[in-house]
Design a protein around this ligand. Structure first.
Ligand code: KDG
Ligand code: MG
Length: 403
């Protein structure tokens, strides 16, 4: 028994907003969990403070699965990104505490290491194809074995996924949503040229990836996948929204480019049909937005039956707490595929001191007991919350866009 005596939410903005749950126990331990939902941060903070924390006080922190079931089923209103992010934060914090009690890193409690390190991919992006290739060469030199390529599209003033700051990309850029202009035709004409140039410059030994950010219909996605086949992508990501999981069948019928989807999924129910029908190759759900380590283990176990591997989301709006939790999860599952890794700013790393480290294209979570990450509350207090939104898209004729 390790009785929960207190819990609180810490909101901080060292360059971008992060929401963190801290749970304390009677034996003097604490655990932390990430609760950041980009652009909707305070909704999760309130869900935790007003509705979850009162239910945690007095419970045994070791009963991770029972607390998960209580919060999920007991809410009556199951699922959704706000609720599942809040449950994820509790789950991460409880695994952190269990690891500290056991004196073991969390991956040891999850069955132990299935690999020596977690292979990651970095983000190369630039306004032009040449700029993007120059960035990719830098990642190559740093030892990355996999690189995502995004580039500006000629004729469009800006492109989501392409930022001025290269290493520390941040898409939430305004205190009200900024509006971008989108043209599917211009995009589809341009992207194959990027990958033709990339193979010329980078060769064939490095894995290349691309994120479509849900901008295509299924038949357009099928066409892009087909056009990219000669360049052997590791995956084409989020090519169409997946609310209708059946949509991926059409893409599959037209291309052998591997498909990844799911960074915005909150539950196993968002990917059940995609996995069971083998309509995707990589599931991108994360420990942060899909119910924590406990729920991601269920998703990975289902995926393993159908030869689907994981490719967890790891953008900078997921705090170092999520990165640490993801690495323990990635280390421990048999069907790990690839982990996204966008570096956090030095300010963020100072607020969240952590033990994970990068070498030879891989991250390792380290062997500190628990998750191996903490929050420096004094530093966190230096950075107050700032309202910030992700941009929206309109077509060139002004139509509100995202399929
Ligand atoms: O909050 C949105 C970002 O996490 C997202 O745009 C990043 O698509 C993304 C990715 O693949 O990292
Ligand atoms: Mg993405």
């Amino acid at each position: 028994m390790s009785r929960i005596t207190a819990a609180r939410v810490i909101v901080t903005s060292p360059g971008r907003n992060f929401v963190t749950l801290k749970i304390e126990t009677a034996d003097g331990l604490h655990g932390i969990g990430d609760a950041t939902l980009n652009g909707r941060e305070l909704a999760v903070a309130s869900y935790l403070t007003d509705h979850v924390i009162p239910c945690l006080i007095g419970r045994d922190a070791h009963r991770i699965e029972d607390i998960w079931q209580f919060l999920y089923k007991g809410a009556y209103w199951r699922g959704g990104p706000v609720g599942m992010t809040a449950i994820a934060a509790v789950d991460m914090a409880l695994w952190d505490i269990k690891g500290k009690v056991a004196g073991l890193p969390v991956y040891e409690l999850l069955g132990g290491a299935c690999r020596d390190g977690v292979t990651v991919y970095g983000h190369a992006n630039g306004e032009t194809i040449d700029d993007t290739i120059a960035e990719a060469l830098k990642y190559n030199a740093l030892g990355y074995k996999a690189i995502r390529l995004q580039t500006g599209v000629p004729g469009l003033p800006s492109t989501y996924g392409v930022s001025a700051d290269k290493m520390f990309y941040e898409p939430a850029d305004n205190d009200l949503p900024s509006e971008n202009v989108w043209s599917t035709a211009k995009y589809l004409n341009h992207i194959p040229k990027l990958f033709a140039a990339a193979r010329e410059a980078l060769g064939w030994d490095v894995h290349l990836l691309h994120d479509v950010h849900h901008r295509l219909t299924p038949i357009e996605a099928g066409r892009l996948g087909k056009d990219l086949e000669p360049y052997r992508l590791f995956w084409m990501e989020d090519s169409t929204p997946a609310e209708n999981q059946e949509a991926f069948r059409l893409i599959r019928q037209h291309t052998t480019t591997p498909l990844a989807v799911g960074e915005i999924f909150s539950s196993i129910w968002n990917c059940k049909d995609l996995i069971q029908n083998q309509l995707i190759d990589y599931i991108r759900a994360t420990v942060l937005h899909a119910g924590g380590i406990s729920h991601m283990r269920r998703i990975a176990a289902l995926a393993d039956l159908y030869q689907v591997r994981t490719g967890c989301h790891g953008a900078t709006d997921l705090s170092p707490v999520t990165m640490a939790a993801a690495l323990h999860f990635d280390m421990s599952i048999p069907n790990f595929g690839l982990q996204e890794y966008m570096r956090h700013t030095p300010e963020t790393d100072e607020v969240f001191p952590h033990g994970y480290s990068f070498a030879d294209g891989c991250l390792h979570p380290g062997d500190a007991p628990g998750l191996g990450v903490d929050i420096d509350e004094a530093r966190a207090a230096l950075y107050p919350y700032r309202r910030s939104y992700l941009p929206v898209n309109r077509l060139e004729d002004g139509t509100m866009f995202n399929w």
